[in-house]
Design a protein around this ligand. Structure first.
Ligand SMILES: *Cc1c(COP(=O)(O)O)cnc(C)c1O
Ligand SMILES: [Zn+2]
Length: 437
């Protein structure tokens, strides 16, 4: 068995693999630890080729990385190992070489990891697949979450796929598309009048009283591990190589730190070689507690009240903020923030140079990449991966009124006069030049 126990990130106290998330001694967060001895050859060295073959022979989803995920296997039969692999398989999303985007930004090699290509169109399906599988191993019948939007979609869908009841808590002012794409799965949807941080506090209280699996509260140590699969996939898709830099959207900081952890684990085992990537976090200026702390050179101090179109990243009190800061500094990266206007331009820049339509979080990420390029932070020889975590159709308001259609009668004459001879009404291209530098 690869998975060993839960350990406090602060004081190192160890705990059994139960629905626990906070250290009783020091209130630090708990993290899953592993024992990878069974992956080593008799001599104690990693059998790298054997390990790669084992991964490549696995299913075309995140369970090909099962050796690095926190499932214990469970008893045989319907609730056992195989049953934990059904549901809504996530992962194995495209890694696309984005030469036109790179050229626009004056870079040599940029790749887009398009995690909108998951079952509910965001990277959250990775973390929810792992958390719900573990919830079933632990015998829970009800799953729940505090969500900024995408988690709501994913938990509701996984509940439906596995026949588990689900309670979904969201801030009441969420985008309509995200609310509709949650309720459709037949969950109990609770719109809380408050910010995400209020929703999260409510769920923390409820998790102490209800015997439910709150995927990002009492199951958070397992949930968070799902994000490592993004790093594994990127390395595998690059031919078992590490990128030089990753640009990652950052809300609580979990995704950011776990991508870094995934690369580090694989380097430790010898599956990949070379320097670990520089990690660049991306936040919206209207909710940038981690970026602000990075700029000021101190720790994340007090919670901020979010005011940004990037609602999926609107966490004012980021649980993993200190670890994201530490990782950005350690790796030689940074955490940066961009304005709502830059977010809109980032969405357009990605769409018009790659054909990938991302939500506001992807606009944040693309605009931060443009900012890093403009600032000269990126060596022209670097191989850069832009992590796109969500789908543009979920935040349509962000692109409303950024272009106009030519409306005509069905006549060739009108087509000639009103389209071919008319000035180009699309202004978004001019705005992009400002982002692209
Ligand atoms: C949840 C989310 C993130 C990052 O979340 P963390 O809390 O930092 O792990 C990034 N992008 C999208 C689209 C999300 O929904
Ligand atoms: Zn502790």
């Amino acid at each position: 068995m690869a998975v060993r126990n839960l350990r406090c990130r602060e004081c190192g106290s160890e705990y059994p693999l139960e629905a626990l998330y906070v250290c009783e001694r020091c209130f630090g967060p708990l993290e899953v630890t592993y024992d990878h001895d069974h992956l080593l050859s008799d001599g104690g060295a990693p059998d790298v080729e054997g390990l790669r073959r084992r991964i490549q022979a696995g299913p075309q989803n995140i369970w090909r990385y099962a050796d690095f995920l926190p499932l214990v296997g469970g008893p045989p039969g319907p609730s056992g190992r195989l049953a934990s692999r059904v549901g809504l398989p996530a992962g194995c999303t495209p890694l696309i070489r984005a030469d036109r985007l790179a050229k626009r930004l004056g870079l040599r090699e940029v790749w887009v990891k398009n995690d909108a290509a998951n079952p509910t169109h965001s990277f959250k399906d990775r973390v929810v697949s792992v958390a719900t599988a573990r919830a079933r191993e632990l015998g829970f019948d009800v799953i729940a979450c505090a969500s900024t939007g995408n988690l709501a979609n994913s938990v509701a869908a996984h509940g439906a796929a596995l026949g588990l009841e689900s309670f979904i808590f969201i801030p009441a002012d969420l985008e309509e598309q995200k609310i509709l794409a949650t309720g459709v799965y037949g969950c109990k949807l609770v719109a809380v009048k408050g910010t995400y941080d209020d929703v999260n506090r409510l769920c923390t209280e409820l998790s102490a009283e209800r015997d439910w699996a709150f995927v990002n509260v009492n199951l958070r140590p397992y949930y968070a591990e799902g994000s490592k699969t993004l790093a594994y996939e990127i390395a595998e898709q690059l031919g078992w190589k590490l990128p030089d830099r990753c640009v990652v959207p950052t809300a609580s900081g979990s995704l950011f730190t776990k991508i870094a952890k995934g690369f580090a684990e694989w380097r430790e085992l010898g599956l990949v070689k070379g320097e670990l990537p520089k990690m660049n976090g991306a936040q919206a200026q209207g909710c940038a507690p981690i970026a602000d702390a990075f700029a000021a050179g101190h720790e994340v101090c007090r919670p901020v009240k979010p005011d940004t179109i990037a609602k999926s990243l609107a966490i004012g009190n980021p649980a993993d903020g200190p670890y994201a800061l530490e990782e950005a500094r350690r790796s030689g990266g940074s955490i940066d923030s961009v304005s709502d206007e830059e977010i809109r331009e980032g969405i357009a820049l990605l769409a018009q140079t790659t054909g990938v339509f991302t939500e506001t979080a992807g606009g944040v990420t693309t605009a931060v990449l443009a900012k890093l390029a403009r600032r000269g932070d990126i060596d022209p020889d670097e191989r850069v991966v832009l992590v796109i975590t969500g789908e543009g159709l979920k935040t349509l308001d962000a692109v409303r009124d950024t272009f106009t259609a030519h409306e005509i009668e069905p006549s060739v004459e009108q087509f000639q006069t009103l389209v071919e001879q008319a000035p180009d009404p699309s202004r978004s291209v001019a705005a992009l030049a400002a982002v692209g530098g």
